[in-house]
Design a binder for this molecule. Sequence first.
Ligand SMILES: Cc1cc2nc3c(=O)[nH]c(=O)nc-3n(C[C@H](O)[C@H](O)[C@H](O)COP(=O)(O)OP(=O)(O)OC[C@H]3O[C@@H](n4cnc5c(N)ncnc54)[C@H](O)[C@@H]3O)c2cc1C
Length: 368
Amino acid sequence: MNYKTTHGARNVAVIERNWLGGGNTGRNTTAIRSNYFYLESTALYDLSLRLYEKLGRELNYNIMLSQRGMMQIVSSPGEMEMAARMVNAMQVNGVSAELLDLAEVKRRVPIFNYAPDARYPVYGAIFQARAGVARHDAVAWGYARAADRLGVDIIQQCDVQEFLVEGGRCVGVATSKGEIRADRVGMAVAGSSGALAAKAGFRLPITSYTLQACVSEPVKPIFDTVLVSPMTGTYVSQSDKGEMVIGGGLDRVPSYGQRGNLPQLETVLSGLLEMFPIFRQLRLLRQWGGTVDVTPDSSPIFGESPLPGLFINGGWGTGGFKGIPAGGTVFAHLLATGGHHEISRPFDLSRFRSGHMIDEAAGAGIAH
Ligand SMILES: Cc1cc2nc3c(=O)[nH]c(=O)nc-3n(C[C@H](O)[C@H](O)[C@H](O)COP(=O)(O)OP(=O)(O)OC[C@H]3O[C@@H](n4cnc5c(N)ncnc54)[C@H](O)[C@@H]3O)c2cc1C
């Protein structure tokens, strides 16, 4: 929830099963961007990016935002057509984006594999200069400190076990530390959304998968952007400490195992080495996985759940870190007023009944 208890909301409590920032927020690869196709997504994700741009100052907490740009590599002439369409869509929607040709990609990322027999040749790239990375723990801790100062109770090591229902309405939660009653209850539990929805007596259009990431040993600065290759399914950036932070697609099997399987790790790493043969000398330092909740249209869900009084903020799939400031803002609005913020309205659960999907898998090619 947004740390600002605006709209007159009082007596706000955040219940966390483990420790603050120990969920997917502490496990992600910290990439922030707003390169989406549809206006509804642009409104949400570009608001987020704009909020990120002033977050460090607002929280008086260094979130280590680094707008080093994100480069999405294009590997065929057909893809280049789609890239031009994507850049046009972003520009029309008021989000800056550039289409880079091969010469420009070479200039910016000289260490890529440009060999004539490279498996994934480069034709160009989509570049969003305002994209980048931020320190994930700092985002969680900065928000928590600000919320605490505004009087929000943050209760850690406290498990929500049941929802209290009276007269067909959610009136609070039963936790491992006792009951808490509330006018409105919000659920923002990422990969646990399906499990908690089951406790509340309904099903969400969500499938949970493991998403993995890994980091190499730290090396001196060699790589100054976030690079994504849809063809290899791998993305990489260099952390402030010098590690290569590496991620890729989902493990293909629905699972709650926060580890990840070996074949997917191998796919991601072989993609990395195809693109950057120079990284063959790097040693892998750590690997981990988190559970991500994926919706059929690759867009998040906001709104009142089928159990009145219980509100949802979930379904962020593999990309909710970048959505935290805007997601918090519209969720705070929902919880404080009981009604949608104009930005969250299109993301209501009802879209799966009405068919008004925000299908970014088809639009931006973001499959999850
Ligand atoms: C490997 C990986 C890489 C990723 N990379 C990126 C990226 O580069 N960019 C990006 O934008 N996004 C990325 N993501 C996605 C992003 O991390 C998530 O979408 C985002 O962190 C979700 O935030 P959240 O606050 O909704 O959930 P979380 O940070 O997961 O917080 C939910 C919390 O709910 C708690 N909880 C669950 N059940 C209960 C219960 N019953 N009672 C009490 N508490 C409970 C959990 O303990 C958890 O701490 C990545 C995810 C993974 C796993």
